[in-house]
Design a protein around this ligand. Structure first.
Ligand code: ADP
Ligand code: MG
Length: 234
């Protein structure tokens, strides 16, 4: 479904990704793990068209999207749930959800999708007219996930969905992500919590200094001595 081949990305002179290759097959939950600064967010930004790569290619369902605009990539069915649950603080919950499918013009389908999100996240329904900036961290995370789902994506990119959440909310967030996958949406998730990421995924890639250091099934990586030593606390 998604094929990344030899991807290079830079921020000015900083080489953030070097020859990264990875694939995500339809229906899979693939995770990308690695330390701070390894290049995880950069990979997701490149996929969603926020950072044009300087080398390599990205194909989605056969189409070359390496230099495609963020708008085109969203229209093709890739949604990005960004790091730090970036919601629009001075917009209401409802307006934030509308932003998730700004490409759509049919009002009735939009209302239908919004009701679908409100059914899944009742807490958002209760607060639909509230400014997003006044929601708790957990509620903002639900809103960010809900917004990503508004476009009915085929593939959702999650960037550190557990970051900064209380433990019970971390679990709830991972449950929601597994539910999304169980309903047929493909998921690529970046996560610093390596143990959780490896437990819940089909396959995983370990990034180190902008390069793929290891790849395999979640179990392969859980059993790997280097992963255990460096990312799972021995
Ligand atoms: N906007 C930016 N400008 C310059 N360097 C950046 C920027 N964003 C990230 N980097 C650098 O790129 C590398 C990869 O960063 P990032 O993809 O954010 O890592 P991760 O998400 O794995 O923590 C790091 O060395 C980081 O310092
Ligand atoms: Mg990051």
């Amino acid at each position: 479904m998604l094929e990344i081949d030899g991807l290079d990305c830079c921020y000015g002179k900083v080489n953030a990704l070097r020859a990264v290759s990875l694939t995500v097959n339809q229906g899979e939950l693939v995770t990308l793990i690695g330390a701070n600064g390894a290049g995880k967010t950069t990979t997701l930004k490149a996929i969603s068209g926020l950072l044009p790569p300087v080398g390599g290619s990205i194909h989605f369902e056969g189409e070359d999207i390496t230099q495609a605009s963020a708008k085109r990539i969203l229209a093709l069915g890739i949604a990005h749930c960004p790091e730090g649950r970036r919601v629009f603080p001075y917009m209401t919950v409802q307006e934030n959800l509308e932003m998730g499918c700004y490409l759509r013009t049919d009002r009735s389908a939009l209302t239908e999708d919004m009701e679908r999100i409100f059914t899944r996240f009742p807490v958002l329904a209760e607060r639909r007219s509230q400014m997003a900036g006044t929601l708790s961290g957990g509620e903002q995370q639900m809103l960010a996930i809900g917004r990503a789902l508004m476009s009915r994506p085929k593939l959702v990119l999650f960037d550190e969905p557990s970051l900064g959440l209380a433990p019970n909310l971390v679990e709830r967030t991972f449950d929601i992500i597994m539910e999304i996958r169980a309903q047929g949406t493909t998921v690529l998730m970046v996560e610093q919590n390596a143990y959780a990421a490896l437990e819940m995924c089909d396959r995983s890639y370990l990034l180190e200094s902008g390069q793929v250091a290891l790849q395999g099934t979640g179990q392969d990586l859980l059993d790997d001595p280097h992963v255990r030593e460096a990312y799972l606390g021995g």
